[in-house]
Design a protein around this ligand. Structure first.
Ligand code: BGC
Length: 458
């Protein structure tokens, strides 16, 4: 598209993190353990035996990180709240110290002119709830709404936007179907149940918000457009299954009150019949959708791949990130436009977008050149603009991630930050990508109009 790039004044420019990935001190101030506390302590599940015990120490260094974001010109911070800090047992008595921590974080953001954008659940379920079945127990919808209400009552006077869940697909796929993430189950019968209860929990929190809250609430999903590897009927059908499983499984119920039919075919006898009342309940009106976008998927039919019978095809002429994801900016435009068209153009935020690349060491003068990441951001920010130009109501963008951090089962082996973290000293060093992002923000995107060379020398 040729239109000149310029984002509106009101556009949110942020960065994102999540509690277990950056905070450290997981049990400080009487917090309870989460399932990630347990998962990281089970040998062989996380690369190099890494844990979130220290991570980026943001639980104690949040003021320093906020000052850094302010220097870079960011005007929003997406973080998550650790449920087991607020409710060590997941329900029951509130831990005032845990709640106070998030109040201080919100107040410090506001004092620095930044919009707090909290997510209520980013995968670190209280271990005490997992002992009661976690996402497999239907009561979790109420547990979650009760927890959410505590936050709404305490902070909604200062928080303008809330997200219920982060990426329920990953929780189901990694946590309940393939066992690669906490709680580490591998069970096709559990996966749809976990999905359904997450969606009910999301809806119960939205309903509770209408009673206590005065601002906006939404859900964050990770979307990955699927393109068929060939025109064959088999590849097209495989692509449709992959799309239903990953992209429509959550948004169809939230916006349309039904699951994609393909899911019954994918899960076979493991697919439950859900009552109509549940589907109506899940369809609570929401105020925005958060879209996390990293890559696309070119899909082929593959009978050996369980349970989808579909698998990705590696592209020859493409750049891949350190996590093996193809760099494909057009996919972000396609995704945002797809949400616009399928779900009636809801307000959207790109709540995560970024890449892990190998970073060279920080050199003297505190420079860290990460040209591949700069290129990734340049192209994806242009892609966001293209989606806006095509009419998608995208109101903000959050880089993943502010900091290098604990990348779940990959431990600290992958660096996603625009700010480098030295895990020995906890020193933060903004990478070139942070400076590049700062220049985009300062110019409201106008710098993206130039050629790559002009931008790099800016
Ligand atoms: C998650 C983050 C994660 C990132 C990179 C998203 O799936 O929300 O927690 O670190 O992707 O893998």
């Amino acid at each position: 598209m040729n239109e000149q790039i310029e984002f509106p004044e009101s556009f949110l420019w942020g960065a994102a993190t999540s509690a277990y990935q950056v905070e450290g001190s997981p049990l400080a101030d009487d917090a309870g353990p989460s399932i990630w506390q347990r998962f990281t302590r089970t040998p062989g599940l996380v690369r190099d035996g890494d844990t979130g015990d220290v991570a980026c120490d943001q639980y104690r260094r949040y003021a320093e990180d906020i000052a850094l974001m302010k220097r870079l010109g960011l005007n929003a911070y997406r973080f998550s709240i650790a449920w087991s800090r607020v409710l060590p047992q997941g329900r029951g008595p509130v831990n005032a110290k845990g709640l106070d921590h998030y109040e201080r974080l919100v107040d410090t953001l506001l004092a620095n002119g930044m919009t707090p954008a909290p997510t209520l659940f980013h995968w670190d379920l209280p271990a005490a709830l997992d002992d009661r079945g976690g996402w497999l127990n239907p009561d979790i919808a109420h547990w979650f709404a009760d927890y959410a209400s505590i936050l709404f009552r305490r902070l909604d006077d200062r928080v303008p936007m809330w997200a219920t869940l982060n990426e329920p697909w990953v929780v189901t796929d990694g946590g309940y179907l393939h066992g690669t993430l906490a709680p580490g189950h591998r069970n096709a019968f559990e996966a749809p149940i976990a999905t359904h209860h997450m969606l009910c929990a999301h809806a119960a929190a939205v309903q509770a918000y209408r009673a206590h809250g005065r601002h906006r609430i939404g859900i964050v999903v990770n979307l990955e457009p699927k393109y068929p590897a060939s025109d064959s009927d088999e590849d097209r059908a495989a692509t449709a299954r992959a799309h239903a499983y990953m992209n429509r499984q959550y948004l169809d119920p939230v916006f349309l009150g039904r699951y994609p039919r393909d899911l019954a075919g994918i899960f076979g006898e493991a697919w439950p019949h859900w009552p109509d009342e549940d589907m109506q309940f899940i369809r609570q009106p929401i105020d925005f959708v958060g879209v996390n976008y990293y890559t696309r998927n070119v899909t082929k039919h593959d009978p050996a791949s369980w349970p989808l019978r579909a698998s990705p095809v590696r592209q020859k002429q493409a750049t891949y990130t350190e996590t093996g994801w193809e760099v494909f900016p057009q996919g972000l435009t396609d995704t945002l436009v797809w949400v616009k068209e399928r779900y009636g153009n809801p307000a959207m935020y790109v709540t995560e977008n970024g890449a892990a690349f190998f970073d060279p060491p920080v050199v003297e003068g505190d420079r860290l050149a990460d040209p591949l990441r700069v290129d990734y951001y340049r192209k994806h920010l242009r892609a966001v603009h293209d989606a806006r130009a095509a009419g998608a109501d995208v109101r903000g963008y959050f880089a993943w991630s502010l900091l290098d951090n604990f990348e779940w089962s990959l431990g600290y082996s992958k660096r996603f930050g625009i700010v480098h973290v030295n895990y020995e000293s906890q020193k933060r060093t903004p990478k070139d990508s942070a400076h590049f992002y700062a220049s985009v923000i300062a110019s409201r995107g106008r710098v993206l109009n130039g050629s790559a060379a002009a931008i790099d020398s800016a």
